[in-house]
Design a protein around this ligand. Structure first.
Ligand code: PQQ
Length: 243
């Protein structure tokens, strides 16, 4: 983040807001985890029930760490209105009261798929590669600049689209999962769209030099790698078991 006037760097002057926006949007367009072979199989409807349960269990590890990384980002902001708007993300996941919020809805997704909440909460089946990918994302936001941490969340520019496809795929191919288990995905369409547009506006306002713009693009590429590694680990499965 810089309040200084744009300065030419070794790599050139800053991109225009339109060009910068285009470069940011191009990252998930090219590297988002919707292209990962495991996600492709999920949406084609060819995952075995055990594979889908493995995904739900391991993605829960990601879900429960999202409000933790958002709290780390929140702590970097020195502005009340910014903190207030970012706080909403934590509330979306944790709810305002017990029994609400995205984490609760993910627990219900687990139950709809035959995984009881104690099993999901225990975390005992979380794969090592998933732990590393999630740690990588949380630590990136802990240690990075506010600009990098907010830019990393911009994978969500692509999230509403993947949620819509996923709902259709689950309704068509995985009817053994009760329909009300899909409420997490339904709620995320609006939340992800709103969050990503808000984050995009912040990143465009804060990154005023080419160096900062490139750091934002790099943060977004890193986040795509996090999501990709997570699916690599899930696809590979537990030691000794190949899907
Ligand atoms: O299922 C998905 O494909 C998907 C992707 C992403 C994403 O792009 O990071 C998020 C989510 N879901 C999600 O549910 C969520 O709450 C979320 C928060 C964030 C973030 O980086 O702050 N990404 C995502």
């Amino acid at each position: 983040m810089s309040t200084a006037a744009p300065t030419a760097t070794r790599t050139g002057g800053p991109w225009s807001p339109d060009e910068f926006t285009g470069r940011l949007r191009a990252v998930p367009a090219e590297r988002y985890h919707d292209r990962h072979p495991f996600n492709v199989r999920m949406h084609e409807g060819t995952l075995e029930p055990g594979e889908l349960r493995r995904w739900i269990i391991n993605r829960f590890h990601y879900q429960r760490h999202i409000p933790v990384k958002d709290a780390l980002i929140l702590a970097k902001f020195d502005d009340s209105s910014l903190r207030r708007s970012w706080l909403r993300r934590i509330q979306d996941h944790d709810g305002l009261v017990e029994g609400e919020g995205g984490i609760e809805r993910w627990l219900r997704l687990g139950e709809a798929a035959g995984i009881d909440r104690a099993r999901l909460r225990s975390g005992t089946e979380v794969l090592p590669g998933v732990r590393l990918a999630v740690d990588g994302y949380v630590n990136f936001c802990r240690l990075g600049s506010p600009l990098e941490a907010v830019a990393a969340s911009l994978t969500e520019l692509a999230a509403p689209g993947i949620m819509r496809t996923r709902i259709e795929a689950f309704e068509l191919h995985y009817r053994w999962i009760a329909a009300d288990g899909l409420s997490y995905f339904r709620d995320r369409i609006g939340q992800g769209g709103r969050d990503s547009e808000e984050a995009l506006a912040l990143v465009i306002a804060w990154a005023t030099t080419r160096r900062e713009q490139e750091a934002a693009v790099a943060a977004l590429r890193f986040k795509c790698d996090v999501l990709w590694s997570l699916l690599d680990a899930i696809d590979h499965g537990p030691a000794g078991e190949r899907p």
